[in-house]
Design a protein around this ligand. Structure first.
Ligand code: HSE
Length: 308
């Protein structure tokens, strides 16, 4: 195999209660990438459409992740790799734009090398790409992009990721206001310490959310979607946040929160009809905010990155 073309999906990190730990994979939002073997050694980014991102390998998350993989590949190869990135997910959207590029690069190169690395190793390499834009090798977007479904980063040192079950009727309605929030900036505003009482509620919600996924308990899942630690700070950066959350609540959503580091706002619904109805309601409400936006409905993607 000399070349592959992939769909690299968007993701919702944190899922409210699980800052830097929980994530899930989307189905209808994602980038396309082509990765091919070439005579020139190393990694070259040869094409980027859809956004103005750096072509220099060391400055591009896909390039950094690809280099992290090749550094651990212990066979000598007399060829290199070219990466083309067709972006649909806007950087600074909170829907895992950098993760899609980083995860897609390592997925593609691993395939072209005949899959020498495990999924856990690919997550680690992709997280090195994330470090370029977040100042920390965050794995809660790259893990669901690579594994699909819901994932939990059990630990960072060493990195260990668990794949959680997905409820079949779970859909996300995602509002993306067209403002950019850089992950590094939205991490910089967070406090270093959390209040113990809030932390108790938060880790109880993470446990309950994981249990809900295992027992297919939609109501428990919804009632676990609370973030007392990070959301109070970040929501201030998102115009109309409270109103969107209220609209979702009033229209039958299971729960809502900030997608990754924002500004996107997700709401989970049971069933596509509910999710589409909510999309139409949020559209109406957010038009008044006078900020351009995109809105998507997506099923939870169980497979992650796929060949196209
Ligand atoms: N968990 C990370 C954060 C995700 O919220 O900062 C970044 O997309």
């Amino acid at each position: 195999m000399k070349e592959i073309k992939i769909f690299s999906p968007g993701t919702i990190a944190n899922v409210s209660c699980g800052f830097d730990a929980l994530g899930c994979c989307l189905d209808t939002i994602g980038d396309e990438m082509i990765i091919r073997k070439t005579d020139k050694k190393g990694v070259q980014i040869t094409k980027i459409t859809g956004d103005d991102l750096p072509f220099e390998t060391h400055k591009n998350v896909a390039g950094v992740a690809a280099l992290a993989l090749l550094e651990k590949y212990n066979k000598s190869i007399d060829y290199g790799f070219e990466i083309e990135i067709y972006k649909n997910i806007k950087p600074g959207s909170g829907i895992g734009s950098s993760a899609a590029s980083a995860a897609g690069a390592v997925f593609g190169i691993n395939k072209l090398l005949n899959e020498p690395f495990t999924a856990q190793e690919l997550i680690l390499f992709a997280s090195k790409g994330e470090e370029l834009v977040s100042d920390f090798p965050i794995a809660d977007n790259v893990a669901p992009a690579l594994l699909g479904g819901f994932t939990l980063v059990k630990g960072y040192d060493p990195l260990k990721v668990l794949k959680l079950p997905v409820m079949d009727d779970l859909y996300a309605t995602i509002l993306h206001p067209q403002i950019e929030i850089k992950t590094s900036e939205s991490r910089a505003i967070l406090p270093e310490k959390a209040n113990l009482k809030d932390a108790v509620k938060q880790w109880a919600n993470v446990g309950a959310l994981v249990h809900a996924l295992h027992t297919e308990d939609y109501d428990l899942f919804g009632s676990s979607l609370h973030d007392l630690i990070v959301e109070p700070y970040r929501s201030q950066l998102i115009p109309g946040f409270d109103q969107v959350v209220k609209t979702a609540k009033d229209n039958g959503a299971l729960g809502s929160g900030i997608s990754g580091s924002g500004p996107s706002i997700f709401s989970f619904c049971k069933g596509i009809q509910q999710a589409e109805k909510l999309r139409d309601k949020i559209k109406k409400v957010y038009k008044k905010a006078d900020i351009p936006f995109h809105i998507y409905v997506s099923k939870i993607n169980k497979k992650g990155i796929k060949l196209i």
